[in-house]
Design a protein around this ligand. Structure first.
Ligand SMILES: Cc1cc2nc3c(=O)[nH]c(=O)nc-3n(C[C@H](O)[C@H](O)[C@H](O)COP(=O)(O)OP(=O)(O)OC[C@H]3O[C@@H](n4cnc5c(N)ncnc54)[C@H](O)[C@@H]3O)c2cc1C
Ligand code: SF4
Length: 316
């Protein structure tokens, strides 16, 4: 690991300003992703800003009847919160499908949405990877791509976003609340927060340099049946091949977001109009324009079958 300096942040505004002034600085929250990346020298910050003493660890009702989840609420606490379990069951289930109990005890709300891809080539400094080293090439294209994206990829990168929680947030229409380096507050709809790779796969979110996530906001509850189904190579402690977060209403309408198939949590609102017609039509609308590789072509069928299972669970 490369040497770095360390400070403990005393306010959000000062943390954002410090991170803006030093492009090689990083915030550290639970550290469960960042420290792994530093040990492999994939991330090489020269300065760490520890944000763990800033509070931001409460879950509160908003005046509109929604929920404000502090950036430092641990994944375990969020999944176990009574209001979340009752009104936003999808979020609780998605969190519990991710990582392990020990990791969830440390992992934070903000850190989770900002976790980086699990593409094996990204984690191997000996291999070309445009995301790790822009312009070096993409080893996954033409290489091992079983886990990779089937929609929204580019000629530069076909990585997927690994967060289960972010899939639930996309289906629930969450908003990311931030503070910029100049102290101004910003609200970013989750749909616009994560980016597709395009020619700049190293830029993964809409965040500006130094911009600090303070909370995730959820709109008022929408009722319905909340289902999170994650298909993976082994029963636990693995990232999704395909995951589906769904809220299905008694009349068969609903919302569906997917993980494991794109560089960002994937939701096609227009496809949701097909839900009453069944999984085949909906899956085909969700995967419109898909470009699978030889190795991950199976995901196209897997999306349809997983969606079928979700819809039959909703009817049961
Ligand atoms: C073995 C293993 C298995 C896992 N399995 C799963 C899984 O199945 N599903 C899943 O979803 N996840 C999984 N994870 C990932 C885990 O959920 C993430 O590592 C965790 O959520 C990251 O949160 P953190 O607080 O530790 O982030 P950190 O590692 O502290 O930070 C991550 C990034 O976010 C930035 N950051 C943190 N807080 C802020 C803030 N407030 N504002 C701006 N930037 C910020 C940091 O600078 C850093 O770049 C797994 C991890 C491991 C190690
Ligand atoms: S898919 Fe993206 S992260 Fe993986 S090797 Fe290609 S450029 Fe790197």
């Amino acid at each position: 690991m490369k040497a770095f300096t360390y400070e403990r942040a005393t306010s959000v505004a000062l943390a954002a300003k410090a991170a803006h002034e030093n492009p090689r600085a990083r915030f550290i929250a639970g550290g469960t992703n960042l420290l792994d990346l530093m040990k492999l020298e994939i991330e090489t910050p020269t300065h760490l800003i520890d944000i763990n003493r800033l509070g931001l660890d409460t879950i509160e009702r908003t005046p509109e009847g929604g929920l404000r989840i502090g950036a430092l609420v641990r994944n375990t606490d969020l999944a176990a919160d009574d209001t979340v379990r009752r009104d936003y069951g999808l979020l609780s289930r998605a969190l519990l499908a991710g990582a392990s109990g020990q990791l969830r005890n440390k992992a934070t709300t903000a850190g989770n949405v900002l976790q980086r891809t699990r593409c094996a080539y990204f984690y191997d400094p000996g291999q070309p990877c445009n995301k790790r080293q822009p312009g070096s090439g993409c080893s996954a294209i033409g290489g091992f791509s079983r886990q990779h994206a089937v929609v929204g990829g580019s000629r530069s990168c076909i990585a997927t976003h690994p967060s289960d929680m972010a899939v639930a947030l996309r289906a629930l229409d969450a908003t990311i609340e931030t503070v910029r380096a100049d102290g101004s507050r910003r609200f970013i709809p989750i749909a616009d927060f994560h980016r597709l790779p395009g020619d700049t796969p190293e830029i993964e979110t809409d965040l500006e340099r130094g911009e600090f996530i303070t909370a995730v906001l959820l709109p008022p509850p929408i009722g319905g049946r909340h289902i999170y189904r994650k298909v993976r190579d082994r029963a636990s402690y693995a990232f999704a091949l395909v995951s589906i977060g769904a809220v299905i209403q008694p009349d068969g309408t609903g919302r569906v977001a997917l993980g494991g198939i794109a560089h960002k949590p994937w939701r096609v609102e227009a496809a949701e109009a097909e839900l009453k017609g069944g999984s085949r039509k909906t899956a085909s609308a969700i995967l419109d324009g898909a470009h699978p590789t030889e190795q991950n072509r199976f995901k196209v069928d897997l999306v349809e079958r997983t969606l079928g299972a979700v819809l039959s669970e909703a009817r049961s």
